[in-house]
Design a binder for this molecule. Structure first.
Ligand code: HPA
Length: 277
């Protein structure tokens, strides 16, 4: 990866971002948002004003970076929306939230997304904690000459999703009366949805969920030594599992209908995480 692109982005952030280490970075994917007014916003920057990141192009992705503070004074980075490889972005753009969070001194990243359900029994509205992922594509943001600033040459990926954070998510869900399961997420490059044959194959390979994001950021954050948690919101049944054709608008509508539950889970997790620090 080209380190200069991250350095330029970092320099463009207002100095308040460097005042105090954020304890947690949260990346909000399709349909995920924090309840309005739940956290104090210390500073907000549009992605469009961050060099080499650029404005979000996907409907329902706000495209703003918020520096937030909890009542106890803990700072958080909220990356509201993401850039995807299918938008034609460079890898540096896709993984910018993970790398910048790390450079700002943050040790933990929570990534969220909307995904198609593959595992029998999953239904729209379900929330699934990621226990692992499958990256079928040989593409990797870490390809290229080795730069130790991004971790070892061959980063271990045997526990990308930190068990203690998964436990904390389960506790938050229990407290909020939400049912959660765990699952394996497979990365699909997009922007097409998958074919029914692809979904059958992914299911045989052990995938429970399919989506077009999350894996690059999680891989890089893990290689950087960050603790990572991932949560998917099932916005639709994956191709061929129901007779319905897939439509991106349905994904957004489903996410909107469930945003209250997702926000409650996030806030409870944030409370528990910051209290434990
Ligand atoms: N496939 C890929 N990405 C997705 C899906 C899906 O079915 N739903 C939401 N994101």
């Amino acid at each position: 990866m080209n380190d200069l692109l991250f350095q330029e982005a970092l320099q463009a952030l207002p100095p308040v971002f460097r005042e105090k280490h954020p304890v947690l970075a949260v990346q909000l994917g399709s349909g995920w948002q924090l309840p309005e007014g739940a956290l104090k916003t210390v500073c907000e920057v549009s992605y469009a004003d961050i060099p080499n990141l650029g404005g979000a192009t996907v409907v329902s992705h706000a495209g703003t970076l918020r520096l937030c503070e909890t009542a106890s004074g803990a700072r958080l980075l909220c990356w509201c929306g993401r850039r995807h490889w299918y938008e034609g972005c460079e890898w540096e753009t896709v993984v910018m939230p993970a790398v910048l969070s790390h450079r700002l001194g943050c040790g933990t990243l929570l990534v969220t997304n909307a995904a198609g359900g593959i595992r029998p029994g999953l239904k729209p509205g379900d929330i699934v904690i990621l226990k692992d992922h499958i990256r079928l594509s040989p593409l990797s943001p870490l390809r290229g000459p080795h730069n130790p600033a991004f971790g070892p040459r061959f980063p271990d990926q045997s526990a990308v999703y930190t068990p203690a954070l998964r436990t904390l998510l389960h506790e938050a869900a229990r407290c909020q009366g939400l049912e959660l399961t765990e699952g394996v997420y497979v990365l699909s490059s997009g922007p097409t949805y998958e074919t029914p044959a692809e979904i059958r194959a992914y299911g045989i390979l052990g995938a429970d969920l399919v989506g077009m994001s999350t894996v690059p950021e999680a891989m890089v954050a893990s290689a950087l030594g960050m603790q990572v948690a991932g949560v998917s919101f099932v916005s639709n049944l994956a191709a061929g599992i129901s007779a319905e054709a897939l439509d991106g608008n349905d994904v957004v509508d489903c996410a909107r209908a469930h945003s209250g539950r997702l926000g409650r889970l996030l806030l409870d997790f944030i409370d528990r995480f910051t209290a434990a620090r």
